[in-house]
Design a protein around this ligand. Structure first.
Ligand code: NDP
Ligand code: OXD
Length: 312
Protein backbone atom coordinates (compact mmCIF):
# COMPACT_ATOMS: atom_id res chain seq x y z
CA UNK A 1 0.00 0.00 0.00
CA UNK A 2 1.35 3.44 -0.94
CA UNK A 3 0.53 6.59 1.05
CA UNK A 4 1.44 10.07 -0.07
CA UNK A 5 1.79 13.05 2.28
CA UNK A 6 1.09 16.57 1.01
CA UNK A 7 0.59 19.04 3.85
CA UNK A 8 1.48 22.67 3.22
CA UNK A 9 3.21 24.34 6.18
CA UNK A 10 3.80 21.08 8.10
CA UNK A 11 7.21 19.48 8.68
CA UNK A 12 6.77 16.04 7.07
CA UNK A 13 9.39 13.88 8.84
CA UNK A 14 7.57 13.21 12.13
CA UNK A 15 4.36 12.44 10.25
CA UNK A 16 6.14 10.01 7.93
CA UNK A 17 7.81 8.26 10.86
CA UNK A 18 4.52 8.06 12.76
CA UNK A 19 2.54 6.75 9.79
CA UNK A 20 5.25 4.16 8.97
CA UNK A 21 5.27 2.98 12.59
CA UNK A 22 1.46 2.76 12.70
CA UNK A 23 1.13 1.07 9.29
CA UNK A 24 4.03 -1.40 9.01
CA UNK A 25 4.61 -2.41 5.41
CA UNK A 26 3.11 0.77 3.96
CA UNK A 27 5.29 2.84 1.65
CA UNK A 28 4.83 6.43 2.93
CA UNK A 29 6.40 9.27 0.92
CA UNK A 30 6.19 13.04 0.69
CA UNK A 31 4.47 14.03 -2.55
CA UNK A 32 6.47 15.82 -5.24
CA UNK A 33 5.38 16.49 -8.84
CA UNK A 34 5.71 13.30 -10.85
CA UNK A 35 5.58 11.04 -7.75
CA UNK A 36 4.12 7.53 -8.28
CA UNK A 37 0.39 6.90 -7.80
CA UNK A 38 -0.65 6.39 -4.18
CA UNK A 39 -3.60 4.54 -2.67
CA UNK A 40 -4.29 7.04 0.12
CA UNK A 41 -3.26 10.65 0.74
CA UNK A 42 -2.76 12.60 3.96
CA UNK A 43 -3.24 16.27 3.14
CA UNK A 44 -3.58 19.85 4.33
CA UNK A 45 -4.17 22.56 1.74
CA UNK A 46 -2.59 20.61 -1.15
CA UNK A 47 -2.12 22.28 -4.55
CA UNK A 48 -4.53 21.46 -7.39
CA UNK A 49 -1.59 19.82 -9.22
CA UNK A 50 -1.43 17.20 -6.48
CA UNK A 51 -5.08 16.22 -6.99
CA UNK A 52 -4.72 16.26 -10.78
CA UNK A 53 -1.67 13.98 -10.67
CA UNK A 54 -3.16 11.41 -8.29
CA UNK A 55 -6.32 10.11 -10.02
CA UNK A 56 -5.98 6.66 -8.42
CA UNK A 57 -6.50 7.75 -4.81
CA UNK A 58 -8.99 5.72 -2.79
CA UNK A 59 -9.43 8.43 -0.10
CA UNK A 60 -8.06 11.79 1.04
CA UNK A 61 -7.38 12.24 4.76
CA UNK A 62 -7.40 15.87 5.90
CA UNK A 63 -5.24 16.64 8.94
CA UNK A 64 -7.78 19.13 10.26
CA UNK A 65 -11.46 19.19 11.13
CA UNK A 66 -12.43 21.86 8.60
CA UNK A 67 -12.37 20.90 4.92
CA UNK A 68 -13.32 24.28 3.42
CA UNK A 69 -9.86 24.81 1.82
CA UNK A 70 -9.76 21.26 0.44
CA UNK A 71 -13.25 21.47 -1.06
CA UNK A 72 -12.25 24.58 -3.04
CA UNK A 73 -10.13 22.27 -5.22
CA UNK A 74 -11.50 20.30 -8.20
CA UNK A 75 -11.75 16.82 -6.72
CA UNK A 76 -12.61 13.70 -8.76
CA UNK A 77 -16.32 12.94 -8.28
CA UNK A 78 -16.84 10.30 -5.61
CA UNK A 79 -13.35 10.57 -4.07
CA UNK A 80 -13.93 10.09 -0.33
CA UNK A 81 -12.71 12.95 1.88
CA UNK A 82 -12.18 12.11 5.54
CA UNK A 83 -11.60 14.80 8.13
CA UNK A 84 -10.23 14.57 11.66
CA UNK A 85 -12.96 13.48 14.03
CA UNK A 86 -11.95 15.08 17.34
CA UNK A 87 -8.44 13.52 17.65
CA UNK A 88 -7.85 15.57 20.80
CA UNK A 89 -9.35 18.81 19.45
CA UNK A 90 -12.67 18.88 21.31
CA UNK A 91 -11.10 19.12 24.78
CA UNK A 92 -8.86 21.95 23.59
CA UNK A 93 -11.84 23.76 22.07
CA UNK A 94 -13.85 23.28 25.26
CA UNK A 95 -11.09 24.75 27.43
CA UNK A 96 -10.52 27.68 25.05
CA UNK A 97 -14.21 28.62 24.79
CA UNK A 98 -14.87 28.19 28.52
CA UNK A 99 -11.93 30.44 29.37
CA UNK A 100 -13.18 33.09 26.91
CA UNK A 101 -16.73 32.98 28.29
CA UNK A 102 -15.52 33.04 31.90
CA UNK A 103 -12.99 35.78 31.27
CA UNK A 104 -15.75 37.97 29.85
CA UNK A 105 -18.46 37.02 32.37
CA UNK A 106 -16.18 37.44 35.41
CA UNK A 107 -14.67 40.65 33.93
CA UNK A 108 -11.19 39.24 34.43
CA UNK A 109 -9.94 41.37 31.54
CA UNK A 110 -11.17 44.47 33.36
CA UNK A 111 -9.60 43.32 36.65
CA UNK A 112 -6.26 42.71 34.92
CA UNK A 113 -6.36 46.18 33.38
CA UNK A 114 -7.22 47.72 36.77
CA UNK A 115 -4.31 45.92 38.46
CA UNK A 116 -1.93 46.93 35.65
CA UNK A 117 -2.82 50.55 36.47
CA UNK A 118 -2.20 49.83 40.17
CA UNK A 119 -5.93 50.01 41.01
CA UNK A 120 -7.45 47.53 43.49
CA UNK A 121 -11.19 47.47 42.70
CA UNK A 122 -14.02 45.08 43.42
CA UNK A 123 -16.89 44.89 40.95
CA UNK A 124 -20.41 43.73 41.63
CA UNK A 125 -20.77 40.03 40.75
CA UNK A 126 -22.83 39.45 37.61
CA UNK A 127 -25.62 36.89 37.31
CA UNK A 128 -24.85 33.74 35.30
CA UNK A 129 -28.51 33.62 34.24
CA UNK A 130 -27.95 36.93 32.41
CA UNK A 131 -25.29 35.31 30.20
CA UNK A 132 -26.98 32.59 28.11
CA UNK A 133 -24.42 31.17 25.69
CA UNK A 134 -25.45 30.15 22.17
CA UNK A 135 -23.29 27.59 20.39
CA UNK A 136 -23.60 27.61 16.59
CA UNK A 137 -22.77 24.13 15.32
CA UNK A 138 -23.45 21.09 17.47
CA UNK A 139 -21.04 18.67 15.86
CA UNK A 140 -17.98 17.04 17.36
CA UNK A 141 -16.58 20.31 18.73
CA UNK A 142 -19.76 22.30 19.38
CA UNK A 143 -21.44 19.55 21.38
CA UNK A 144 -18.35 19.12 23.59
CA UNK A 145 -18.23 22.89 24.13
CA UNK A 146 -21.95 23.02 24.99
CA UNK A 147 -21.47 20.28 27.59
CA UNK A 148 -18.39 21.94 29.08
CA UNK A 149 -20.19 25.29 29.46
CA UNK A 150 -22.93 23.59 31.43
CA UNK A 151 -20.46 22.45 34.08
CA UNK A 152 -20.07 26.18 34.88
CA UNK A 153 -23.86 26.48 35.03
CA UNK A 154 -24.31 28.88 32.13
CA UNK A 155 -27.66 28.54 30.33
CA UNK A 156 -26.69 26.98 26.97
CA UNK A 157 -28.49 27.16 23.62
CA UNK A 158 -27.38 25.26 20.54
CA UNK A 159 -28.09 25.66 16.83
CA UNK A 160 -27.53 23.11 14.08
CA UNK A 161 -28.76 22.29 10.59
CA UNK A 162 -30.77 19.24 11.63
CA UNK A 163 -32.82 19.00 14.85
CA UNK A 164 -31.20 17.22 17.82
CA UNK A 165 -33.01 14.76 20.10
CA UNK A 166 -33.28 16.09 23.67
CA UNK A 167 -31.28 13.14 25.03
CA UNK A 168 -28.38 13.88 22.67
CA UNK A 169 -27.51 17.10 24.54
CA UNK A 170 -29.19 17.05 27.94
CA UNK A 171 -29.77 20.52 29.38
CA UNK A 172 -29.05 22.33 26.10
CA UNK A 173 -31.95 24.22 24.51
CA UNK A 174 -31.59 23.33 20.86
CA UNK A 175 -32.73 25.13 17.71
CA UNK A 176 -32.39 23.98 14.11
CA UNK A 177 -32.33 25.44 10.65
CA UNK A 178 -32.74 28.92 9.27
CA UNK A 179 -36.33 29.09 10.58
CA UNK A 180 -35.13 28.95 14.21
CA UNK A 181 -31.94 31.02 13.85
CA UNK A 182 -33.62 34.27 14.93
CA UNK A 183 -35.04 32.71 18.12
CA UNK A 184 -31.70 31.08 18.90
CA UNK A 185 -29.84 34.41 18.58
CA UNK A 186 -32.47 36.31 20.52
CA UNK A 187 -32.15 33.78 23.37
CA UNK A 188 -28.36 34.18 23.56
CA UNK A 189 -26.05 36.87 24.87
CA UNK A 190 -22.71 35.18 24.21
CA UNK A 191 -22.35 33.59 20.76
CA UNK A 192 -19.81 30.86 20.03
CA UNK A 193 -19.27 29.99 16.36
CA UNK A 194 -18.33 26.37 15.65
CA UNK A 195 -19.90 25.99 12.21
CA UNK A 196 -18.04 24.61 9.22
CA UNK A 197 -17.41 27.16 6.47
CA UNK A 198 -19.81 26.31 3.64
CA UNK A 199 -21.80 28.21 1.01
CA UNK A 200 -24.63 28.44 3.58
CA UNK A 201 -22.55 29.69 6.50
CA UNK A 202 -20.15 32.09 4.74
CA UNK A 203 -20.71 35.57 6.26
CA UNK A 204 -23.28 34.29 8.77
CA UNK A 205 -21.80 36.48 11.54
CA UNK A 206 -23.19 39.63 9.95
CA UNK A 207 -24.96 42.76 11.16
CA UNK A 208 -28.46 41.30 10.81
CA UNK A 209 -27.62 38.21 12.86
CA UNK A 210 -25.26 39.71 15.45
CA UNK A 211 -27.69 42.52 16.19
CA UNK A 212 -30.28 39.88 17.24
CA UNK A 213 -28.09 38.90 20.20
CA UNK A 214 -29.17 40.28 23.55
CA UNK A 215 -27.77 43.77 24.33
CA UNK A 216 -24.21 43.65 25.65
CA UNK A 217 -23.62 40.59 23.47
CA UNK A 218 -20.23 38.93 23.11
CA UNK A 219 -18.86 36.96 20.14
CA UNK A 220 -16.39 34.08 20.24
CA UNK A 221 -15.35 33.04 16.72
CA UNK A 222 -13.30 29.86 16.72
CA UNK A 223 -14.40 28.39 13.38
CA UNK A 224 -13.35 30.34 10.27
CA UNK A 225 -12.59 34.00 9.58
CA UNK A 226 -14.90 34.06 6.55
CA UNK A 227 -17.91 33.45 8.79
CA UNK A 228 -17.51 37.00 10.09
CA UNK A 229 -18.29 40.24 8.27
CA UNK A 230 -15.54 42.25 9.92
CA UNK A 231 -17.00 45.73 9.27
CA UNK A 232 -20.30 44.62 10.84
CA UNK A 233 -18.54 43.48 14.02
CA UNK A 234 -16.68 46.80 14.27
CA UNK A 235 -19.94 48.74 13.80
CA UNK A 236 -21.72 46.75 16.55
CA UNK A 237 -18.77 47.21 18.93
CA UNK A 238 -18.84 50.96 18.22
CA UNK A 239 -22.60 51.17 18.80
CA UNK A 240 -22.20 49.28 22.10
CA UNK A 241 -24.66 46.53 21.12
CA UNK A 242 -21.75 44.11 21.41
CA UNK A 243 -19.52 44.40 24.48
CA UNK A 244 -16.58 42.63 22.84
CA UNK A 245 -15.31 39.57 21.04
CA UNK A 246 -12.68 36.88 21.24
CA UNK A 247 -11.41 36.00 17.77
CA UNK A 248 -9.16 33.04 16.98
CA UNK A 249 -9.66 33.00 13.20
CA UNK A 250 -9.50 35.71 10.54
CA UNK A 251 -10.35 36.25 6.88
CA UNK A 252 -6.64 36.68 6.18
CA UNK A 253 -4.20 34.71 8.31
CA UNK A 254 -1.81 35.84 9.66
CA UNK A 255 -3.85 38.97 10.46
CA UNK A 256 -2.31 41.70 8.27
CA UNK A 257 -0.31 44.54 9.85
CA UNK A 258 -2.46 47.63 10.31
CA UNK A 259 -5.74 45.68 10.45
CA UNK A 260 -8.26 47.50 12.71
CA UNK A 261 -8.62 44.39 14.90
CA UNK A 262 -5.00 44.52 16.08
CA UNK A 263 -5.27 47.13 18.83
CA UNK A 264 -9.05 47.29 19.29
CA UNK A 265 -9.76 47.65 23.03
CA UNK A 266 -12.84 45.40 22.91
CA UNK A 267 -11.17 42.50 21.13
CA UNK A 268 -9.11 39.58 22.41
CA UNK A 269 -7.14 37.93 19.61
CA UNK A 270 -5.31 34.60 19.31
CA UNK A 271 -3.47 33.18 16.25
CA UNK A 272 -5.78 30.28 15.12
CA UNK A 273 -4.74 28.24 18.09
CA UNK A 274 -7.96 27.33 19.90
CA UNK A 275 -7.74 23.64 18.93
CA UNK A 276 -4.49 22.47 17.38
CA UNK A 277 -4.03 19.32 15.33
CA UNK A 278 -2.25 16.91 17.68
CA UNK A 279 0.16 14.84 15.64
CA UNK A 280 0.20 11.57 17.57
CA UNK A 281 -3.58 11.42 18.04
CA UNK A 282 -4.14 12.35 14.39
CA UNK A 283 -1.68 9.76 13.06
CA UNK A 284 -3.28 7.05 15.21
CA UNK A 285 -6.77 7.99 13.97
CA UNK A 286 -5.80 8.23 10.29
CA UNK A 287 -3.78 5.00 10.40
CA UNK A 288 -6.73 3.14 11.96
CA UNK A 289 -9.03 4.38 9.20
CA UNK A 290 -6.58 3.58 6.39
CA UNK A 291 -6.09 0.08 7.80
CA UNK A 292 -9.87 -0.41 7.93
CA UNK A 293 -10.39 0.70 4.32
CA UNK A 294 -7.37 -1.26 3.09
CA UNK A 295 -8.82 -4.36 4.77
CA UNK A 296 -11.98 -3.91 2.69
CA UNK A 297 -14.24 -2.36 5.32
CA UNK A 298 -16.90 -0.04 3.86
CA UNK A 299 -16.55 3.74 4.05
CA UNK A 300 -19.53 3.79 6.43
CA UNK A 301 -17.30 2.08 9.04
CA UNK A 302 -15.11 5.20 9.16
CA UNK A 303 -16.03 8.30 11.20
CA UNK A 304 -15.55 11.78 9.74
CA UNK A 305 -16.41 11.10 6.09
CA UNK A 306 -17.32 14.46 4.56
CA UNK A 307 -20.55 15.02 2.64
CA UNK A 308 -18.99 17.01 -0.20
CA UNK A 309 -22.45 18.18 -1.31
CA UNK A 310 -23.12 19.81 2.07
CA UNK A 311 -19.49 20.96 2.41
CA UNK A 312 -18.77 19.40 5.81
P1 NDP B 1 -18.86 18.92 12.58
O1 NDP B 1 -19.01 18.62 11.13
O2 NDP B 1 -18.77 17.77 13.53
O3 NDP B 1 -20.08 19.83 13.08
C1 NDP B 1 -20.64 20.83 12.28
C2 NDP B 1 -21.91 21.34 12.95
O4 NDP B 1 -22.35 22.49 12.23
C3 NDP B 1 -23.05 20.33 12.91
O5 NDP B 1 -23.79 20.37 14.10
C4 NDP B 1 -23.90 20.82 11.74
O6 NDP B 1 -25.29 20.52 11.85
C5 NDP B 1 -23.72 22.30 11.88
N1 NDP B 1 -24.01 22.98 10.61
C6 NDP B 1 -23.42 22.81 9.41
N2 NDP B 1 -24.00 23.59 8.48
C7 NDP B 1 -24.98 24.26 9.11
C8 NDP B 1 -25.95 25.20 8.69
N3 NDP B 1 -26.03 25.61 7.40
N4 NDP B 1 -26.82 25.69 9.61
C9 NDP B 1 -26.77 25.27 10.89
N5 NDP B 1 -25.87 24.37 11.36
C10 NDP B 1 -24.99 23.87 10.47
O7 NDP B 1 -17.57 19.86 12.72
P2 NDP B 1 -16.58 20.03 13.96
O8 NDP B 1 -17.39 20.27 15.16
O9 NDP B 1 -15.58 18.94 13.98
O10 NDP B 1 -15.79 21.36 13.51
C11 NDP B 1 -16.48 22.57 13.28
C12 NDP B 1 -15.55 23.60 12.65
O11 NDP B 1 -14.62 24.09 13.61
C13 NDP B 1 -14.65 23.08 11.53
O12 NDP B 1 -15.35 23.00 10.31
C14 NDP B 1 -13.54 24.12 11.49
O13 NDP B 1 -13.88 25.15 10.59
C15 NDP B 1 -13.53 24.68 12.91
N6 NDP B 1 -12.28 24.34 13.61
C16 NDP B 1 -11.49 25.37 14.07
C17 NDP B 1 -10.33 25.09 14.75
C18 NDP B 1 -9.47 26.19 15.30
O14 NDP B 1 -8.37 25.93 15.79
N7 NDP B 1 -9.92 27.43 15.31
C19 NDP B 1 -9.88 23.72 14.99
C20 NDP B 1 -10.79 22.73 14.48
C21 NDP B 1 -11.94 23.04 13.82
P3 NDP B 1 -25.82 19.00 11.87
O15 NDP B 1 -25.48 18.49 13.27
O16 NDP B 1 -27.26 19.13 11.66
O17 NDP B 1 -25.07 18.28 10.79
C1 OXD C 1 -9.03 22.63 11.67
C2 OXD C 1 -8.29 23.82 12.09
O1 OXD C 1 -9.98 22.76 10.89
O2 OXD C 1 -7.19 23.64 12.67
O3 OXD C 1 -8.71 21.54 12.13
O4 OXD C 1 -8.76 24.94 11.91
Amino acid sequence: MRITFCCTGTAPEPWLQGLCAALPGADVQVWAPGAPQADFAVVWAPPQAFIDEQPGLKALFNIGAGVDALLKLRLPPGLPVVRLDDAGMSVQMAEYVCQAVIRHFRELDVAEADMARGEWQFRKPRQRADFPVGVMGLGVLGSRVAQALQTFEFPVNGWSRSPKAAEALPGVRTFAGVAQLGDFLHSSRVLVNLLPLTAETDGILNHAHLSRLQPGGYLINVARGAHLVEADLLALLDSGHLAGATLDVFRTEPLPAGHPFWHHPKLTLTPHTSARTLRDESIAQIARKIAALAAGQPLSAVAGVVDTGLGY
